[in-house]
Write a protein that binds this ligand. Structure first.
Ligand code: CO
Length: 134
Protein backbone atom coordinates (compact mmCIF):
# COMPACT_ATOMS: atom_id res chain seq x y z
CA UNK A 1 0.00 0.00 0.00
CA UNK A 2 2.70 2.47 1.02
CA UNK A 3 4.54 4.19 -1.81
CA UNK A 4 7.28 6.80 -1.95
CA UNK A 5 8.05 9.42 0.67
CA UNK A 6 6.42 12.52 -0.81
CA UNK A 7 7.63 15.03 1.78
CA UNK A 8 8.71 15.67 5.35
CA UNK A 9 6.92 18.65 6.91
CA UNK A 10 8.59 21.06 9.31
CA UNK A 11 6.59 23.54 11.36
CA UNK A 12 8.35 26.91 11.52
CA UNK A 13 7.51 30.08 13.45
CA UNK A 14 8.61 32.41 10.62
CA UNK A 15 8.08 31.12 7.09
CA UNK A 16 9.99 33.99 5.48
CA UNK A 17 13.05 33.36 7.64
CA UNK A 18 12.88 29.58 7.11
CA UNK A 19 12.49 29.97 3.33
CA UNK A 20 15.44 32.35 3.21
CA UNK A 21 17.58 29.94 5.24
CA UNK A 22 16.81 27.02 2.91
CA UNK A 23 17.27 29.14 -0.23
CA UNK A 24 20.20 31.37 0.72
CA UNK A 25 22.14 29.40 3.33
CA UNK A 26 21.46 25.81 2.24
CA UNK A 27 21.23 26.70 -1.46
CA UNK A 28 17.98 24.82 -2.10
CA UNK A 29 15.26 25.53 -4.64
CA UNK A 30 12.10 26.75 -2.92
CA UNK A 31 8.57 27.45 -4.17
CA UNK A 32 6.54 30.60 -3.58
CA UNK A 33 4.41 30.53 -0.39
CA UNK A 34 0.98 28.94 -0.87
CA UNK A 35 -1.92 29.66 1.51
CA UNK A 36 -4.08 26.62 2.33
CA UNK A 37 -6.91 28.02 4.49
CA UNK A 38 -8.68 24.64 4.61
CA UNK A 39 -5.61 23.22 6.39
CA UNK A 40 -4.81 26.34 8.46
CA UNK A 41 -1.31 26.66 7.00
CA UNK A 42 0.85 28.53 4.55
CA UNK A 43 3.37 26.22 2.87
CA UNK A 44 6.64 26.49 0.98
CA UNK A 45 8.14 23.41 -0.65
CA UNK A 46 11.88 22.83 -0.75
CA UNK A 47 13.05 20.54 -3.56
CA UNK A 48 15.80 18.22 -2.35
CA UNK A 49 15.79 15.92 -5.36
CA UNK A 50 14.65 12.59 -3.93
CA UNK A 51 11.85 14.15 -1.87
CA UNK A 52 10.57 17.52 -0.67
CA UNK A 53 10.63 19.40 2.59
CA UNK A 54 7.36 21.20 3.38
CA UNK A 55 7.79 24.31 5.53
CA UNK A 56 4.57 25.08 7.42
CA UNK A 57 3.51 28.31 9.10
CA UNK A 58 0.15 28.77 10.90
CA UNK A 59 -2.63 30.51 8.94
CA UNK A 60 -5.79 31.82 10.59
CA UNK A 61 -7.53 30.92 13.83
CA UNK A 62 -7.23 27.41 15.25
CA UNK A 63 -4.37 26.35 12.99
CA UNK A 64 -3.09 22.89 13.96
CA UNK A 65 0.42 24.28 13.53
CA UNK A 66 -0.13 26.99 16.17
CA UNK A 67 -0.60 24.40 18.92
CA UNK A 68 2.48 22.52 17.73
CA UNK A 69 4.57 25.71 17.83
CA UNK A 70 3.36 26.48 21.35
CA UNK A 71 4.98 23.22 22.43
CA UNK A 72 7.96 23.62 20.08
CA UNK A 73 8.58 27.38 19.82
CA UNK A 74 11.61 27.12 17.53
CA UNK A 75 9.80 24.70 15.20
CA UNK A 76 10.31 21.00 14.46
CA UNK A 77 9.26 18.00 12.43
CA UNK A 78 5.47 17.95 12.10
CA UNK A 79 4.61 15.03 9.80
CA UNK A 80 5.79 12.68 7.08
CA UNK A 81 3.80 12.17 3.87
CA UNK A 82 3.73 8.89 1.96
CA UNK A 83 2.16 8.31 -1.44
CA UNK A 84 -0.58 5.75 -2.01
CA UNK A 85 -2.20 4.71 -5.30
CA UNK A 86 -5.78 4.73 -4.03
CA UNK A 87 -6.51 6.84 -0.97
CA UNK A 88 -10.00 5.46 -0.33
CA UNK A 89 -8.75 1.87 -0.50
CA UNK A 90 -5.91 2.86 1.85
CA UNK A 91 -8.37 4.49 4.27
CA UNK A 92 -10.64 1.46 4.28
CA UNK A 93 -7.70 -0.87 4.86
CA UNK A 94 -6.34 1.28 7.71
CA UNK A 95 -9.76 1.64 9.34
CA UNK A 96 -10.25 -2.14 9.15
CA UNK A 97 -6.86 -2.50 10.90
CA UNK A 98 -8.04 -0.20 13.71
CA UNK A 99 -6.03 2.90 12.72
CA UNK A 100 -7.71 6.24 13.26
CA UNK A 101 -8.14 8.81 10.47
CA UNK A 102 -8.13 12.44 11.64
CA UNK A 103 -11.10 14.69 10.89
CA UNK A 104 -14.26 13.29 9.34
CA UNK A 105 -12.42 10.44 7.62
CA UNK A 106 -12.82 11.89 4.15
CA UNK A 107 -9.85 13.06 2.07
CA UNK A 108 -9.18 16.79 1.75
CA UNK A 109 -7.35 18.43 -1.12
CA UNK A 110 -3.68 18.87 -0.20
CA UNK A 111 -1.00 21.30 -1.28
CA UNK A 112 -0.46 19.49 -4.59
CA UNK A 113 -4.16 19.50 -5.50
CA UNK A 114 -4.43 15.79 -4.68
CA UNK A 115 -6.50 14.04 -2.00
CA UNK A 116 -4.82 13.65 1.40
CA UNK A 117 -5.62 12.06 4.77
CA UNK A 118 -3.89 12.27 8.15
CA UNK A 119 -3.50 9.30 10.50
CA UNK A 120 -3.55 9.59 14.27
CA UNK A 121 0.03 9.89 15.58
CA UNK A 122 -0.74 7.59 18.54
CA UNK A 123 -1.39 4.76 16.06
CA UNK A 124 2.00 5.30 14.36
CA UNK A 125 4.46 5.62 17.22
CA UNK A 126 4.19 9.33 17.86
CA UNK A 127 4.54 10.53 14.28
CA UNK A 128 1.73 12.24 12.39
CA UNK A 129 1.40 10.49 9.01
CA UNK A 130 -0.11 12.07 5.90
CA UNK A 131 -1.16 9.94 2.94
CA UNK A 132 -1.40 11.52 -0.51
CA UNK A 133 -2.90 9.87 -3.55
CA UNK A 134 -0.09 9.90 -6.12
CO1 CO B 1 2.14 17.57 4.24
Amino acid sequence: MLGRLNHVALAVPDLGAATAAYRDVLGARVTAPQALPEHGVTVVFVDVGNTKIELLEPLGEGSPIAAFLEKNPSGGMHHVCYEVDDILAARDHLTACGARILGDGNPKTGAHGKPVLFLHPKDFFGTLVELEQA
